[in-house]
Design a protein around this ligand. Structure first.
Ligand SMILES: Nc1nc2c(ncn2[C@@H]2O[C@H](COP(=O)(O)OP(=O)(O)OP(=O)(O)O)[C@@H](O)[C@H]2O)c(=O)[nH]1
Length: 473
């Protein structure tokens, strides 16, 4: 079993190394000058692997890094001695993994403390991405120069592009790599909120459609720049922010990460196809700005869904699903306003009989089930326009809009029949008492409720399991 786990680990580690080399190849394809890519995806994968898998990923990242050094010696036709290449490869790997490892460890610590604040984690991530990519640039370029794999005079024209390429990839692809590794890794060492959480319902449209519109806007902007050819026209790419923010505000964080990765691929593709390399810094800047803005935007659907849950809790009783007291006041107020204009509505107070005994003899769980059963019967026996609210404890209120006392009484008698014959709670024979009254134009909620409550008291005094009416006038 243990052996199998070791083999599986070896296989997944090898998969990581192969994936790393594949994205290194992609980064090389996106190079606009030697050692400088529009974006350098290995920085994102290294950071994500160290964050999610931890130390276990280091040997595989190291091997992949070393092979990449050999690969670039071959690609750039560098004339260095064997020992120089080996030492350079080792130094390069240590520098790259070390810098992103420190960054990942830092983010891990901050995220541990800030579990509930996504915006703070985003700020930490962006700050760490800046520092880690800068440190990786300095240390990797130094090791390349020291071991003769990069000429010292090339440093001035390389370092900035090298840094921006690492930074852009880390920001735009890091979260997607992290999300994918979180899905693949059985025992991740890092965890924040699930990345595919619910989103807002009010914004409609399929994810694919939003992605397509984003791609069309990006493509149109770059085709326009290719035909106009001015620096100013390259800034058209910033219109990407509009569809991207629409997508971010209406999809899960994972959807945003996928979209940002897709957009960055698209931009790099058009950069090559439309021969727009002279504007590369504008496009790198655009990718970074769209990504950072989108990450802050991720908090909005999360907040909206939290808000929705809080509103739900405020409006409905959690145990029985009946309307809450707050919402009852509001809806009863509307009925009373109509009563002032001549309508007649009724209010009933419904209370389980000897509920304290049920709790004492059968326990609170069955007591709770009795409340749920009463609420279920009340909802079943009333119209959708009636309001069934939990007033407190075992006391409920029903508001019957546009209903005479006789009609309300008839329905309440049927409701009590249902309660009496209920067998939903094992061993418990349920009955309830009801006080009923109609509205008068002078009523406020307190006077309306008090009349019904007085009728309820009478129903209890007269032996329970009955409806008593407090008639007006
Ligand atoms: N299981 C359960 N019990 C509750 C809940 N809220 C209040 N209670 C209990 O409900 C009981 C209310 O009893 P009362 O309405 O005062 O009296 P009663 O026993 O129903 O007697 P009568 O109303 O005179 O028939 C108290 O024992 C409360 O502890 C709840 O959410 N769940």
């Amino acid at each position: 079993m243990n052996h199998l786990t070791q083999t599986q680990r070896l296989l997944s580690g090898t998969g990581l190394a192969v994936a790393w080399l594949a994205v290194w190849g992609l980064g090389h394809l996106a190079e606009f000058t030697a050692h400088a890519s529009v974006w350098y995806p290995p920085s994102a994968l290294t950071f994500a692997a160290l964050l999610v898998i931890g130390f276990r990923s280091v040997p595989y990242l190291f091997v992949a890094n070393f092979i990449a050094t050999l690969w670039s010696v071959w690609i750039y036709d560098i004339s260095a001695s064997g020992p120089e290449i080996v030492a350079g490869g080792i130094a390069n790997a240590i520098a790259h993994i070390g810098c992103y490892g420190i960054g990942a460890a830092l983010l891990q610590r901050i995220a541990d403390r800030q579990k509930h604040s996504l915006p703070r984690i985003v700020i930490a991530f962006l700050g760490i991405a800046t520092g880690a990519s800068m440190a990786a640039t300095i240390t990797v370029i130094s090791s390349l120069v020291i071991f003769g794999l990069l000429e010292a005079r090339a440093v001035a024209e390389t370092w900035l592009a090298f840094w921006i390429g690492d930074f852009v990839a880390l920001v735009v692809l890091g979260p997607l790599c992290g999300a994918l590794l979180l899905k693949l890794e059985r025992s991740p060492v890092f965890w924040i909120e699930p990345l595919d959480v619910v989103r807002q319902d009010s914004l409609t449209g399929a994810f694919g459609l939003k992605l397509l519109i984003t791609a069309v806007v990006g493509t149109a902007a770059m085709v326009a720049t290719a035909s106009i050819g001015t620096v100013e026209s390259a800034f058209l790419i910033f219109f990407l922010l509009i569809p991207q923010m629409w997508l971010t505000h209406s999809e899960s964080p994972l959807g945003t990460a996928v979209s940002l990765a897709a957009i960055s691929f698209l931009i790099i593709l058009w950069l090559g196809v439309l021969d727009l390399a002279e504007f590369v810094f504008i496009y790198q800047f655009a990718i970074a700005i769209v990504a950072t803005t989108a990450y802050f935007g991720i908090a909005i659907p999360l907040l909206a869904s939290d808000n929705e849950q809080l509103r739900e809790r405020l409006m409905f009783d959690r145990l029985t699903g009946a309307t809450s007291r707050d919402l009852l006041y509001f809806q009863a107020g509307q009925e009373l306003a109509r009563a002032r204009r001549g309508a007649t509505s009724c209010l009933a107070v419904v209370d389980l009989d000897r509920f304290k005994d049920i709790n004492d003899r059968h326990g609170h769980t069955r007591g709770d089930r009795s409340l749920v059963e009463l609420a279920t019967i009340m909802r079943r026996e009333t119209r959708s326009t009636d309001v069934v609210a939990r007033y407190g404890g075992d006391e409920f209120v029903i508001v019957f809009p546009d209903t005479t006392v006789d009609d309300a009484r008839e329905r309440l008698e049927a409701l009590l029949d249902e309660v009496r014959s209920s067998t939903a709670v094992p061993g418990v024979h349920l009955t309830a008492s009801v006080g009923l009254t109609e509205s008068v134009p002078e009523d406020d909620f307190a006077s309306w409720f008090e009349r019904a409550d007085a009728a309820l008291l009478l129903a209890k005094r007269r032996g329970r399991d009955r409806v008593e009416v407090n008639a007006v006038g």
